[in-house]
Every structure is written in structure tokens, then in C-alpha cells.
Ligand binder design. Structure first.
Ligand code: MLT
Length: 324
């Protein structure tokens, strides 16, 4: 009996640091990894959410941009980080599509992470450099078909939202364009504005202000209805591409094994952040909105990830586009 009590007390003592950690979490700066370059749509969402969560948690959250391979390098970094609540990942639909696109991923989206909650779902816009010789979606499609060998399409690598949109678009118009991969659509936008690359499909969190300023040509938005922030931009369905209707959902993750009490604390802070006045206003200016409270939960994010992996798998396999 004494031996059993001794064993139990040793086991309990071993757990003390974790229990104490969860109860006093967070005690130091938290890192939020964005798996794309600074200045792009994912980075924009992350910095707004991180700032509001910092206030709620009482600890600084610094955003670290870890680009490469369509977001999978940054996701792998977090999958391999210590499960102590001090390394988080803000990532989007790429967590689901990469599960099929990459046959040798260094992590499993459904086994390597804990889930804090859904963050926002952002529409995509098909845009071109400002002097591109097409003035509507049908004109763009006609030009791309005729000049496909002379047109370049920018994305943030296989697994990026910009890659997914491009894959669907090229499949729809049965035309393959030369793709130029970037570490994020922030730098890709710079080259589009400068005319170094021709066409891109990117999220309104990166394109709204450029479209409103007339700095790029805009042809379609992938939302079911026109956006109040871009009332003159037709939907893809209006332009004849009814299948191009989808949004880029984002989630907040931590490494597998992170204490459930810490995940609950993060989920609560995320819920508060998504109601923050600045977050709501800035998201609205970028033609998106925060997820409702009932979606900022571990269960909602995991369910979304599972359903989206299943949704995109057959489409990706039909397109025959793989990263490795
Ligand atoms: C993407 O294309 O997946 C992202 O928009 C890239 C980024 O956030 O820079």
C-alpha cells in the first residue's frame, strides 16, 4: 500500500508543473506563427487577432512569419513546437487542402494539433495588373485562352488559398497558366502592381483597398453575393463561373498535447478578440467578418477541418495537382 501511495504521489508531483502552468498561463510572450510572408492576407488577419488576444490574455503575442511550401513549413514548425501554449498557428483552408496536395507532409492536420477555434472566412477576388488588356471576366477568360503561354499567375505556393483558387479557375477555363510562387501574396501583390506578374486570385483582406483605389483590374469575387465594400465587382457566378463560389476559412491551432485548460483559455481569448471593436471594424473594411462565438471553439474548428479535408480531396485528385 505504501509503495502504491509513493508511486501515486510521484506521478502527482510530475504533473504539478503542467497543472501550475495551466493555472498561471500565460506567464510570458506568446508566438503566433503565420505560415506566409508579412503583409499578406493571413498576416493581416493574424496581427489584428493577436493584438486583441494580447489585451485579453495580458501577455504580448508576437507574430512570426514562417513562409514556404504553401504554408506547410510554418504549420510543421508549430506541429513540432513544445505543447506549452506559447507557440500558436494561425492558418487557413490550406490546413485541409495540403492534407491531399502533399503526400509526404511532416505532420497530420488531424493528429498534430490542438484546436482553439475558427477565426474568419474571407472571399477571394480574381485580379490582374492595372494595365491588363481585359475589362470583364469573360474578356479575361478569352484573353487567357488565346495568350496562355504569355501570361503569368501569382500564388503563395501549392497549398495556399491563392493556389487553390488558381487551380479551380484554370480547371474551369481549361487553360493552364505559368505559375509564379511567392512566400505570400503580400510580395506577390507588389509584383502585380508593378506589372512583373499578370494575374492572381487573392483574399479581400489583401485586395479590397487595391481594388477600391483602382490600382489593379478586378474581375470577380467568389462570394455568393456582391460585397457591399466592392459593389461594382461582379460575383464569379455573374461572370459565368458558378462553381467558383467559396471562402477562405481561418483557424487558430496549437501543438498536440497542449493542456486542455490552456486551449480553453485560448479559445475564450479568441472569442473576446473576435468581438473586439477594432477587429470587427477592420475586418469589415476588408470585406470579411469574424466568426460568431459558437464557431470560435475547438469542436467547430476540428469539425470544419475534417469536413474540408473530405470536400477538397476528390477535387484535388481530379485535378491531379500534387506538391510531391
Ligand atoms: C494564400 O494565398 O494562401 C495566402 O493569401 C497567402 C498569404 O497570406 O500571404
Amino acid at each position: 500500500m505504501k509503495k502504491l501511495l509513493a508511486t501515486l504521489s510521484i506521478a502527482a508531483l510530475a504533473l504539478l508543473p503542467q497543472v501550475a502552468g495551466a493555472q498561471t498561463y500565460p506567464e510570458r510572450t506568446i508566438t503566433m506563427v503565420v505560415p506566409f510572408s508579412a503583409g499578406g492576407p493571413t498576416d493581416t488577419v493574424a496581427r489584428l487577432v493577436a493584438e486583441a488576444m494580447s489585451r485579453e490574455l495580458g501577455q504580448q503575442i508576437i507574430v512570426e512569419n514562417v513562409g514556404g511550401a504553401g504554408g506547410t513549413v510554418g504549420a510543421a514548425r508549430v506541429a513540432q513546437a513544445a505543447p506549452d501554449g506559447y507557440t500558436l498557428l494561425l492558418h487557413h483552408i490550406g490546413m485541409a487542402t495540403s492534407a491531399t496536395l502533399y503526400r509526404k507532409l511532416p505532420y497530420n492536420p488531424l493528429e498534430s494539433f490542438e484546436y482553439a477555434g475558427l477565426v474568419t472566412e474571407v472571399p477571394m477576388t480574381i485580379i490582374a495588373r492595372p494595365d491588363f488588356p481585359a475589362d470583364d471576366l469573360q474578356g479575361l477568360i478569352a484573353y487567357l485562352k488565346e495568350h496562355k503561354d504569355d501570361v503569368t499567375y501569382a500564388n503563395a505556393g501549392i497549398g495556399a488559398a491563392s493556389h487553390l483558387c488558381g487551380m479551380l479557375f484554370m480547371s474551369e477555363i481549361e487553360t493552364q497558366l505559368t505559375t509564379v510562387p511567392y512566400q505570400g501574396t503580400g510580395p506577390a501583390m507588389t509584383d502585380l502592381l508593378g506589372g512583373q506578374v499578370d494575374v492572381m486570385c487573392d483574399q479581400t483582406t489583401n485586395t479590397t483597398s487595391q481594388i477600391q483605389a483602382g490600382a489593379v483590374k478586378a474581375y470577380a469575387v467568389t462570394s455568393p453575393e456582391r460585397l457591399e465594400q466592392l459593389p461594382d465587382l461582379p460575383t464569379a457566378a455573374e461572370g459565368g463561373l458558378a462553381s467558383m463560389q467559396f471562402g477562405i476559412w481561418h483557424g487558430l491551432y496549437a501543438p498536440k498535447g497542449t493542456d486542455p485548460a490552456i486551449m480553453e483559455r485560448l479559445s475564450q481569448a479568441l472569442k473576446v478578440a473576435l468581438k473586439d471593436k477594432n477587429v470587427v471594424e477592420r475586418f469589415a473594411a476588408l470585406a470579411t467578418k469574424p466568426e460568431p462565438e459558437e464557431n470560435a471553439t475547438p469542436q467547430a474548428l476540428k469539425a470544419k477541418l475534417e469536413s474540408e479535408i473530405a470536400r477538397w480531396k476528390p477535387l484535388i485528385e481530379a485535378a491531379g495537382v500534387y506538391a510531391d
